[in-house]
Design a binder for this molecule. Structure first.
Ligand SMILES: [Zn+2]
Ligand SMILES: [Zn+2]
Length: 332
């Protein structure tokens, strides 16, 4: 399903359904120019997504060839999964090198193994970790053997007849980049700013303080003049400052909630704390959460715990290979 979201330049959204995924669909954007096109993000590496993306491109009369470029905003498989289609067709591919390297490192499973070992230290039972092996992010990930044009913060790209500014906003992933059209004040926010749902913030073994970095990246773009914000999932908006303030308030509430729980349940693991947090899984209790959601929920809990430890609010003690957290007592 395609929808035109902007004229001059002509920007279209291809709605790529993500079956059995609470995100529902990915927004792949297309800037259609006279002498070339730009596609932003792809959908998972699975037939349903491939069909939706290819049908959308066909409706727009866009052939995959060297005058069509692909910009991958970040490493997540729902955004990068179908990169192979573009690579085979000789399309130039743009991506931040940190996220690209992460895709390469994931190929032999070592990044997943590092995440599993870490989650085990945070109290997740081995049986639950095993249920993660069918996680969509793993199953539908891209083949990382593609040539990449590395992009960095502040780069100006001239693609599809447009001047596009690359804005590196680490947090949701280490290398997430948004794209900005300064003249038209159109902002492709990817998963940095979502409007109907809150972007998930995880812990990363090669990026310390993901939440701190994320909050800084929100402030980095808060004053950007924006007339049209186009997110990676769900619907966009005509401004971003108000939404950024809501997201910051959401994380403040999460931090306060964890402090409260750490006081209530001293010496808990992150896995002990996570079920007591407020999650927006309608009507579902922790025990009924699908395994993938437990994984993301524990990662999100950990990102907040990491922030609180770094700010001296919580302390961590490791006992028998498992980390336990307590409030730091202030002497009076
Ligand atoms: Zn993402
Ligand atoms: Zn996404």
């Amino acid at each position: 399903m395609i929808q035109q979201v902007h004229s001059h330049p002509d920007i279209y959204r291809i709605r790529v359904n993500l079956p059995d995924n609470p995100l529902q669909y990915l927004n792949a954007y297309v800037i259609k120019g006279v002498s070339g096109n730009l596609v932003i993000d792809t959908g998972f590496n699975r037939p349903e997504c491939k069909r939706a993306l290819c049908q959308g491109l066909q409706e727009l009369d866009i052939r995959l060839q060297s005058d069509t470029s692909l910009f991958i905003t970040h490493l997540h498989a729902d955004h990068s999964g179908l990169v192979g289609l573009f690579a085979q067709a000789g399309c130039p591919i743009y991506m931040h090198p940190v996220d690209y390297q992460y895709l390469v490192d994931s190929e032999d499973g070592s990044t997943w193994k590092a995440a599993e070992d870490n989650f085990m230290r945070e109290g997740m039972p081995t049986a639950e970790i095993k249920t993660q092996f069918s996680n969509q992010a793993r199953t539908f990930s891209p083949d990382p053997h593609f040539p990449v044009n590395p992009v960095h913060d502040g780069d100006c790209l001239h693609l599809a007849g447009c001047d596009l500014q690359v804005i590196h906003t680490p947090g949701h992933t280490p290398g997430l980049c948004c794209l900005y059209l300064p003249k038209e004040e159109v902002f492709f926010t990817s998963d940095h700013i979502l409007f109907d749902i809150t972007p998930n913030i995880q812990v990363w073994y090669h990026m310390k303080q993901a939440l701190q970095r994320y909050l800084e990246s929100l402030q980095k773009v808060r004053e950007l003049p924006v007339r049209l914000a186009l997110p990676g999932h769900r619907e966009g908006d005509t401004s971003i400052a108000g939404r950024i303030d809501e997201i910051v308030a959401h994380h403040d509430r999460r931090l306060a909630e964890i402090c409260h729980l750490a006081g209530l349940y001293p010496h808990s693991t992150a896995y002990d704390i996570a079920p007591h947090m407020t999650w927006s899984m309608r009507g579902k209790q922790w025990k009924d959460f699908p395994p993938t959601q437990k994984w993301f929920a524990l990662g999100e809990t950990l990102a907040h715990i990491e922030y609180l430890v770094d700010h001296g609010v919580l302390c961590c003690r490791e006992e028998q290979g498992c980390r336990h957290y307590d409030l730091v007592r202030t002497e009076t």
